[in-house]
Design a protein around this ligand. Sequence first.
Ligand code: OAD
Length: 238
Amino acid sequence: MDENIRKLKELVSQSDNIVFFGGAGVSTESGIPDFRSVDGLYNQKWSYPPETILSHSFFERCPEEYYRFHREKLVIDGVKPNRAHLRLAELEKEGKLRAVVTQNIDGLHQAAGSENVLELHGSILRAYCSKCRKPYSADVMNHGEGVPRCSCGGVIRPDIVLYEEPLDEDIMTRAIRCIRKADMLIVGGTSLNVYPAAGLINYYTGNKLVLINLSRTEYDRYADLVIHEKIGEVFSQI
Ligand code: OAD
């Protein structure tokens, strides 16, 4: 067995308060592209940069264009949890993992069976009216045509955090609390480029910080174990 995998298994076996903190790279093996890899969303041609389309002001100004992008790029039908999502859900059931903190909006951790999932950037599986806040089925938003509207006339929007919008304070506080108390923090599939989410790693003070990411990150030098491999493959071996 690979030395890194052996070490990871050993660290997991010594821990019973593990927190996993992940990003888009956790779902690429399910067929959802990430943002910053060469074939990621931010390197595809689009009439505006995706960071612009995914911003609050753009959504307000050009909801039609936003929804074209949303339905073509964010909504991917038929995706299933991969081995990373599934193993994380098992670790929770085994009483070893306390929380999954994710930047992803795809709902795949819950689909895999994870219960304590803190969605820092919300979910495209929830929608609400931007004017009266009435909740709506995500189907209207994800599979309808044009700009979905509420009976009050407001635009229905995804329950995701767009650029220029603050993160949900309660979720952030819970994520910080979990990470502070964790005896092991596994960070995976995230470039750790987007703040404030990336800064969460600084709340971990233990000595079992594991980074699993295909490419290097700014935080590699602080980790007790760094694995540059596909996260689904790694989790299928532990
Ligand atoms: P990024 O696209 O920035 O980073 C994904 C990371 O995952 C990259 O460093 C890849 O090398 C790595 N990766 C890809 N596939 C992998 C695999 N199978 N196994 C291991 N690593 C893999 O995505 P995030 O860090 O999640 O925010 O980006 C953070 C935020 O930026 C997103 O939540 C989104 C985006 O703008 C909002 O929309 C608010």
